[in-house]
Design a protein around this ligand. Structure first.
Ligand SMILES: Cc1ncc(COP(=O)(O)O)c(C=O)c1O
Length: 492
């Protein structure tokens, strides 16, 4: 098949003169800095159109579907974010009901807001040893669906940011008994398909729509993602319509070519690349599992809803060391120049991927082993960490939804000192980034527990986002009169 990325490479060397967009005119000298302008084109002759694909872009997307063994796949140049918005919009009618895991990414909540949906939340289990989120129990899904017959779709995140996979086959069977679709946010699992070392992709286990970020775990440019449509439960026409609405009308050919090149590489060399990668990864895990103080976490399969686990996520717990997660993150960064994916109070997270080198793994091993060795002599500072281990990032406060997200965001609001906001209805989101999971959503009533948690996050220096007030001292809440009017309207 003709490959988009090759055609783009050839075009970049050709003598075609661009009397069209973009304004750099494929001339690298038109601006300071270095950018791949030669191959940055728009919908010109021979390059098809993502919003009306008939030729090379149709074939490229069909190729993705073939590689993953699904009915059809859609490119997203706006990450899993646009794909999640489109999946939600296509699967649930406006003002409809949806069952979502509370540990979903903020994009899911934005989809709920945009379509004015009524969410029912399902909470993940908690791993009380390592303080990470576990999986979602299938029978919890069953109970929620039985109690809420108006729910039109179920959306779960699997794997989680930490790599925890739920029992998707069982959940899909339950969801389908209610004749509704199952959407899986597999943003962190685009690599699953390429090696048995990893869990099975939801696309092979009965999920209807599966969203994957290529850029997170495959060799592809940032922003690239796909939406797989695996069944006929969600209308393809609607998926196409919403992918068109949520994405730019000028999708980057560099990004699309990157997805095409990624698929070509996976098709031809993927097997060998993943063999090498998983061998290095397994050796790294074996080596690091010997460290007693900086512990490589192995979530217990079969416990806490953990059905399976993505071993490319390297979670280092500081539970048995004198360091905090934040301390370990900074020493790795400053002393060893190793940038981790995420820091939390009691652990740090490294994402390993097929692009990793032997040298990279070696540097990580040496750094962790050295830090672990230092801990042996630090017995005095190493205190037994008990209950206070509670990790802020994994704490979910169960809050009451008083108004719909859309109503709370669009009605009159005012700024209120955080400490005085107990009992008020939030008009904004608050979340920790990463992983971008909302702790509070618009329309929820603020509780004393929520304020206490916020205080803990701030004391621990965790990065809180979402509030209008960047200092996090105040929060926007719905003005009482507006809330009253909304209640009257809803009751009436
Ligand atoms: C679980 C999950 N879903 C969706 C997203 C959004 O993905 P993207 O950045 O590709 O838009 C993220 C991003 O971190 C994520 O962690």
């Amino acid at each position: 098949m003709e490959r988009l990325y090759r055609k783009l490479e050839e075009y970049s060397r050709s003598d075609y003169y661009p009397f069209h967009m973009p304004g750099h005119k494929r001339n690298p000298e038109s601006v300071r800095g270095e950018f791949p302008f030669e191959r940055d084109i728009t919908e010109i002759e021979g390059f098809d159109n993502l919003h009306h694909p008939e030729d090379i872009l149709l074939e490229a997307q069909q190729n993705v579907a073939k590689v993953y063994g699904v009915r059809e796949s859609f490119y997203s140049v706006n990450g899993s974010t646009a794909a999640l918005l489109a999946a939600i919009s296509a699967a649930v009618p406006r003002n409809g009901e949806i069952l979502v895991a509370r540990n979903c990414h903020k994009a899911v909540y934005h989809g709920i807001y945009l379509r004015n949906l009524k969410p029912t939340y399902i909470y993940p289990q908690m791993d009380n040893e390592w303080w990470i989120n576990g999986g979602i129990f299938p029978d919890k899904v069953e109970r929620c669906l039985a109690a809420n017959p108006e729910i039109k779709a179920v959306l779960l995140t699997s794997p989680t940011y930490d790599g925890v996979v739920s029992d998707i086959r069982e959940i899909a069977e339950i969801v389908h008994r209610y004749e509704i679709p199952l959407i899986i946010d597999e943003a962190h699992g685009a690599h699953f398909h390429f090696s048995n070392y990893f869990p099975t992709s939801a696309a092979e286990l009965g999920a209807d729509l599966v969203i994957q970020s290529f850029h997170k775990t495959l060799p592809a440019m940032t922003q690239t993602a796909v939406l797989h449509n695996c069944s006929e439960r969600v209308d393809s026409r609607l998926i196409r319509r919403f992918m068109g609405i949520y994405q730019t009308s000028s999708p980057s050919y560099i990004l699309m070519a990157s997805m095409d090149a990624c698929m070509d590489t996976m098709n031809t060399e993927g097997h060998q690349m993943f063999r090498n990668f998983t061998m290095m990864l397994e050796q790294t895990r074996k080596r690091l599992s010997k460290c007693k103080y900086i512990r490589l976490v192995e979530p217990q399969i079969g416990e806490n809803g953990v059905f399976d686990y993505d071993r490319s996520k390297l979670i280092f717990s500081t539970r048995y060391s004198s360091l905090s997660g934040t301390g370990l993150y900074h020493v790795l960064l400053e002393r060893y120049h190793i940038q981790m994916e995420m820091e939390s109070e009691n652990y740090v997270l490294a994402i390993a991927a097929v692009g990793d080198s032997e040298e990279g793994f070696e540097r990580l091993c040496q750094a962790i082993e050295e830090l672990n060795q230092e801990q042996i002599t630090l017995t005095k500072d190493r205190e037994e960490k008990g209950e206070e281990l509670l990790d802020a990032r994994s704490m979910h406060c169960v809050l009451t939804q008083m108004m719909s997200m859309a109503d709370a965001m669009e009605t009159e609001s005012e700024s209120c000192p955080l400490e005085e906001s107990v009992g008020r209805i939030s008009a904004e989101f608050a979340y920790l980034y990463p992983p971008g999971i909302p702790l509070l959503t618009p329309g929820e009533q603020i509780t004393g527990q929520f304020i206490r948690n916020m205080r803990i996050y701030m004391e621990k220096g965790l990065y809180l986002q979402g509030l209008d007030d960047y200092s996090n001292k105040s929060i926007r809440v719905v003005v009482p009169q507006a809330a009253k009017e909304q209640f009257e309207e809803t009751d009436g």
